[in-house]
Design a binder for this molecule. Sequence first.
Ligand code: 13P
Length: 250
Amino acid sequence: MSRKALIAANWKMYKTPAESKAFIDAFLPLVAGHTRDEIALFPSVTSLATVVASLAGTEIRAGLQNMHFADEGAYTGETSPLMLKSVGATHTLIGHSERRQYFAESDEIVNRKLHTALKHDIVPVVCIGESLAEREAGDTASVLKTQIQRGFAGITAEQAAPIVIAYEPVWAIGTGKTATPEMAVDAHRIVRAEVAAILGSEIAQGMRILYGGSVKPDNASSLLGQEEIDGALVGGASLVPASFSAIVHY
Ligand code: 13P
């Protein structure tokens, strides 16, 4: 089954609305007519409405980097799925390793957010990945399987088609160390097999699994050229139109 790749920009805590618009003004001509892959931008909350407006008339989608599991409520500092949709965004990251590491986001919270996203027809990009210590201890497979089992608890095959997974080894994020294509492919196979075990092989074969962790223009084609790698979630290199568009054109 052929899966359309998704090339996604995670801007993390960078870019004001004006900077976001300037990026898009420069980026759109660089990817005009590019239909091979889907493209999505994940700006900060304060830039989301500007990004959606700047992308109007294009196929490029926008989403939150983090979304709360409740529709509304007394959750200071959080953003709800209804707020995401109200500005015309369509996607959300869930369980990014920086959320897990700095904001105590557990697999149980990831699971609640995943249920919420699907309930609201928001495309969830569920992030998983092992730390360096876990890899060196030989625990990569068990860590990934546990993150999927817990994160996907209660999700049915009927609901699961929109889900995207991003495999982001923590030791490769922002470090300049990239997983080799072989390492990434091995991890993606483990992830897809676990999805198949939980949701069946049809869902697993259709599910896009992105790679993230120091994806740059010079390593994008070796990673994205792999049959098992269905796109990229890009941090640092997505902040500059020339480098992100070079990755899109891998
Ligand atoms: P870098 O591309 O900066 O390593 O970040 C990866 C990432 O965390 C994307 O979500």
